[in-house]
Design a protein. Sequence first.
Length: 299
Amino acid sequence: MLAWKCLYPIGIHFAISQVLSYLGMYLLVWRTGADITAYYQQALLLTGLTGILASVPCIWLYRGDYRRRSLTGILGRLGKELTPASISDGRIQDFGAGSGKNVSCSSLIGGHLHIPEMIMFLVIGAFLGQYGNILVGLFQQYLNPEVYQETQSLISDGKSIWSLIFWMGIIAPLAEEIIFRWLVFLRMRDNMRVVTAALLSGLCFGIYHMNLLQGVYATILGTLFALLLEWSGKLFTSVLLHMGANIWSLIVSDVMLYMLDHTGTMSVMVLNVFLVLAGTYGIWYCYRKYQKRGCTRKI
């Protein structure tokens, strides 16, 4: 039962992706008589639409999970102070503040991220994405990267960088984090230790990518995103991390080449040192905040 509860949100995304995939194949290939290239040219759009459609029911599911955690005390001090009578029509009364005022559920989902924090998580994501790619690259001879690279080329050829950033750097990360971190990881976390839940949810994330190279990379990053989500206690942490990783992977080659041509090798080295120091500090900062609040959950 626990496995079903944790995994069926992935099934929602898979079902929608299959419907849109077959519909796209019918309209773009079978009906017109075109070759498979016509389908791949629209695969980015279909993937984005899948994420948008899957996110709607999954956000609704997360809101239900949040209310349940508030009632059962999973969320630490705040959750223990809430009673069933305090939740009505999506509003929660802030008894802990002693003010008696009503606040929306959204304002209690781990609190708001300030702009410096948003930038920090984007940079951490870029750091994890860059060095995750390097780590996976060390073993690529065992991971059969050719099939993945050919498919990615078919999908991205002819697309502007802004289109790629929108669909692959913003929409896809948002949808995947709602499903794999907000639902799969946090539901596992309700019944497991944080490291176990992070590892298992990361493995699910990797397997769902359905190719070895991307699966290993996604497993590593998915596990780290889950840990940082728990440590920060703020819901959109993992979304920003994922966006930072994806956007940086899309632009890093152009950025590095531009810097080499215009500012020299030293500037590239400085940028890499900055990513390492800023990323490492950001991870340490999140973990220290987690320790200071007694390792209690906030989401």
